[in-house]
Write a protein that binds this ligand. Structure first.
Ligand SMILES: Cc1cc2nc3c(=O)[nH]c(=O)nc-3n(C[C@H](O)[C@H](O)[C@H](O)COP(=O)(O)OP(=O)(O)OC[C@H]3O[C@@H](n4cnc5c(N)ncnc54)[C@H](O)[C@@H]3O)c2cc1C
Ligand code: SF4
Length: 315
């Protein structure tokens, strides 16, 4: 599929990128690895006037230990991040989700910033313009109905990022910068829970840093896919254990990951969270497996992750 025409600008500093964005009245998109953005442009789901490449900005590619935190630049590729010694040692859940993301070729191109901010997906949305025109535009494309749940005013497209859920379980924060200054939010606050516009990031804001408290954890990531090679999560479950407590995040079954806390890990509390996550999961028929199967797999994957970690007597 051929790309439409747009201007390409390469920013050397964050200030330059913000200036370029403002100069184009917001009809611009930031580019990192392009593995999410470019297919959307090819499908005419996005029609930018200008693309602002962030890859030339040096400060966005660092990983630094600052005091008791690991500060990760958003332009670090998934592959580079996976190879950082702190990741495997301190955050096994994140290591496993990075490892489970697509294939090595994509990991070497795709960045962690782009991975977090990837758009939501739906079988009725990620299609060519011709296909969508014939079917009729849905809510996410500015239409009046959802083509999966016709009487609904909500969009149920799925957030299929593997790594934001893991980052949430290790208390990651996002530092955002705009012409108005900087703000730092917990990663879960980046999600709007609205499939039409899945992030709370403001127009033109740049993700500058991902800040992770440097505390050793145990963890695991479980992913349901139909293919063993490249595949998005049809359900993804991130579990991180810190002493007697645990945090669980579920992805792939709606516009935002769901987050759960366990104060004291034991068989009963794990079962309770698994039941709760099952009740919360409301997948619809917009992915390649049936909604009921995906829903039923949520508690299965939660228990499987705890079992692998060896926490809560699930050995
Ligand atoms: C074949 C294929 C398989 C895939 N499989 C998986 C998978 O298994 N798991 C998974 O999680 N993902 C998967 N992806 C999705 C995704 O493309 C990658 O995970 C990748 O990490 C996205 O990063 P990127 O740098 O290419 O993002 P880009 O495409 O460059 O950007 C994605 C979005 O983030 C925005 N953005 C990027 N950086 C910033 C920044 N610093 N500040 C503000 N906005 C920013 C862009 O404007 C864009 O909207 C897959 C993609 C493809 C094509
Ligand atoms: S869930 Fe409905 S509104 Fe959302 S992308 Fe799919 S068809 Fe469109």
């Amino acid at each position: 599929m051929i790309l439409p025409k747009f201007d390409y600008k390469k920013a050397r500093t964050i200030e330059e990128a913000l200036e370029l964005y403002n100069k184009h009245d917001g009809n611009a998109f930031y580019l990192a690895g392009g593995t999410d953005l470019v297919p959307l442009i090819k499908l005419r789901l996005l029609q930018p006037k200008v693309i602002i490449d962030l890859k030339g900005i040096d400060g966005l590619k660092d990983i630094k230990k600052i005091n008791n935190s690991l500060v990760v630049g958003p332009n670090i590729t998934l592959f580079e991040l996976k190879q950082n010694p702190f990741i495997k040692d301190y955050f096994p859940c994140l290591f496993e989700s990075l490892e489970a993301t697509s294939c090595k070729t994509l990991q070497m191109r795709g960045t962690i910033g782009g991975n977090i901010l990837q758009n939501t997906r739906c079988l009725q949305y990620n299609k060519s313009l011709e296909w969508r025109t014939a079917r009729g535009f849905c809510l996410k494309m500015g239409g009046k109905v959802c083509n999966v749940v016709p009487n609904s005013k909500s969009c149920f497209s799925n957030y299929c990022g593997d790594n934001a859920p893991s980052l949430m379980t290790i208390d990651a924060k996002a530092k955002l910068v705009s012409a108005k200054g900087e703000r730092t939010v917990r990663l879960e606050k980046l999600f709007s829970e609205d499939g039409r516009s899945p992030f709370t990031i403001k127009p033109g804001e740049i993700l500058k840093e991902i800040i992770i408290p440097l505390k050793k954890t145990k963890g695991a990531y479980e992913k349901l896919t139909v293919r063993g090679s490249i595949d998005y999560p049809l359900v993804g479950v991130a579990v991180t254990v810190k002493k007697d407590a645990a945090v669980v995040a579920v992805t792939g079954i709606g516009p935002s990951p769901h987050l759960y806390e366990i104060k004291e890990i034991n068989e009963k509390s794990i079962n309770e969270v698994a039941d709760w996550a099952y009740e919360d999961a409301r997948p619809v028929l917009n992915a390649v497996l049936t909604p009921l199967y995906r829903k039923k797999m949520v508690p299965v994957l939660i228990k499987r992750a705890f079992k692998r970690i060896g926490a809560g007597g699930g050995r």
